[in-house]
Design a protein around this ligand. Sequence first.
Ligand SMILES: Cc1ncc(COP(=O)(O)O)c(C=O)c1O
Length: 435
Amino acid sequence: MTRYEALANAMAAEIRSGSLAVGARMPSLRQLIVQHGVSQSTVFRAYYLLEEWGLIRAQERSGYYVARGAAVSGERMPGPARTLADSAKVDISELVFSVLEAAKHPGVVPLGSAFPSPLLFPLPRLAKSLAQSARLISPWSTVVDLPPGNEALRQQIALRYLGMGLSQSMDEIVVTNGALEALNLCLMAVTRPGDVVAVESPGFYAALQAIERLDLRAVEIPVDPLTGLDLDALAQALDRHPIRACWFMTNYQNPTGATLSLEKKKALVELLAQRDVPLIEDDIYGELHFQADYPLPAIAFDKKGLVMHCCSFSKTLAPGYRIGWAAAGGFTDKVQRLKLMTTLSASIPEQAGIADYLQHGGYDKHLRKLRAALRAQRDAMDAQRGAGCRPAFAGRCRQAVISCGSNSPTRSTRWNCTGWRSNRVSASRRGQFSR
Ligand SMILES: Cc1ncc(COP(=O)(O)O)c(C=O)c1O
């Protein structure tokens, strides 16, 4: 554990025990430097981490305060989930469909629906880009824009990686129908029926559905709500099981919201590189960070082409357009062929429309506004939590559904995410895993 993580953990414990009460001002920079004998940057990084964990909030020109939604005395953060000792077949689809159906109820905040409000997207400006690019589209684009996809779009996506400080070749970017297709194609590229795949617990339900559909087996790796994936458990699982691939979220994990520190991301990539195990990295929420810069994904540390980084514009710009991508490293050719063999191509006018928007539409400005709106929604939800909203549990799954009435202003925060332990992994194990 790094010094800033240790400092953040110590302060998190004080907040959770109630020693630092909700609304209390956090110790000053100088106090912490003197008290703990650490540098200024260590304190800043610890504070950023606490902010990411939702325990403190920055107040402009004033300092940091304990957040209203922080776990206070008597209320404990859930610990990391238990894991499966063995790999198992997956059978969760019925549960997923029933929870998604229940989320349509207007009196329920749909924590099973991970979409920001559609009202937060610049749809008129996007429509302009769509119309403009449709006017200019070449009749040959039907052929030219087949996988890996529209060149201008892949160029723009590569530029966004460059903005993060990553040199990502556009030749290794395959455009897909949303991130979900990217994730599925990557999984198909590196597995065969019967193979074992490591997934997070709790995790994103679609990973389990993909494993179920492809007749694979799952090994659960626990995720701590604060520090994220348990790397020791992963190392043990790699020793015990013939794991052929990992499917993990390194930024804002669904459903815990945990982000791996840079050190952990690097260690994860190194651990998998030692064993030549591919990582399918779901980074769908990276752009929705509340910090100065994009939290670097694990692909930043990949030297062997083993990381497949999957993203889309669904949570940031245009959910209905279904445009996503995989930066698929050493598996690019396979992913590209699978794309051709399954759905042929992502919509050609929409690829061109998003490429035009990224060039001329002011995407970064929109993202700044979107992040501010989501931050305000998050704070409003914290306030409502304080005002007595109660989590209820939908059947046997651990997905919390908060019932606040239909006029809740927080119906669509970014982190209304879905995920649960695969507690119906197989009929024979049900007794063991139900809660
Ligand atoms: C964690 C996670 N990954 C991937 C996806 C799928 O993204 P897309 O809509 O781009 O297919 C979602 C959508 O809810 C998600 O929550």
